[in-house]
Design a protein around this ligand. Structure first.
Ligand code: E4P
Length: 217
């Protein structure tokens, strides 16, 4: 399973690149707003830092304008994936951009029926939002499981990109179910490392080592 970072903060991206764990980036209008920067400038910088897919989202709501925005965003760098919402205009835009060879990430997916539409429209990625479903008392990971099963049964090539990830259990479950990608807020990627027994064990090893007076080099 690929790890994408869910952020438009280039400092956070730079800090995590040396880990070798970052396969791509997702952004959305809220994350761009949080960065306080112009969308074209920040997306270009992100795309220059990461060789994998960088999702940049349209904000128009009608097909014609959405298509124009999508083409503009795709022109910013070779590794841009255009993100469109799961609406009739978004699906139509997904179809046109995909036909033109531009990768599309269909976002704001909350049902398997919606995921079916995105795959039929040629989406490169479908983004089910697990955290937001959990927030309203539904089972976000059950949706991921349904989509993975449905795409497998139909031989659909659209990749399942688990979004709205809130904690490490979402990431582990996504991998167990067979999702293609999980997009993680940097905080969640940091949380994946943590276990109190690792810290405790390392502390004990280092204390014992110090007693030997040795150094490896
Ligand atoms: C990424 O593609 C999504 O826009 C993002 O994961 C949404 O996360 P949120 O529900 O925490 O805002």
């Amino acid at each position: 399973m690929k790890f994408f970072l869910d952020t438009a903060n280039t400092d956070e991206i730079r800090a995590l690149l040396p880990s070798g764990l970052v396969d791509g980036i997702t952004t959305n209008p809220s994350l761009i707003a949080k960065s306080g920067r112009k969308i074209a400038e920040v997306i270009k910088e992100i795309a220059s830092l990461v060789s994998g897919s960088v999702s940049a989202e349209v904000t128009a709501t009608e097909t014609k304008a959405m298509l124009e925005e999508g083409k503009y965003l795709a022109s910013l760098a070779d590794n841009i994936t255009v993100k469109v919402p799961l609406t009739p205009a978004g699906i139509e835009t997904c179809h046109s951009l995909s036909q033109a060879g531009i990768g599309v990430n269909v976002t704001l997916c909350f049902s398997a029926a919606q995921a079916l539409l995105a795959a039929k429209a040629g989406a490169q990625f479908i983004s089910p939002f697990v955290g937001r479903l959990d927030d309203i008392g539904q089972d976000g990971m059950a949706l991921v499981s349904d989509i993975v099963e449905m795409y497998d049964a139909q031989g659909m090539a659209t990749e399942v990109l688990v979004a709205s990830v809130r904690h490490p259990i979402h990431v582990v479950e996504a991998a167990r179910i067979g999702a293609d990608v999980a997009t993680l807020p940097p905080k969640v990627l940091h949380q994946l490392y943590r276990h109190p027994l690792t810290d405790k064990g390392l502390e004990a090893f280092l204390a014992d080592w110090q007693k030997t007076g040795q150094s490896i080099l």
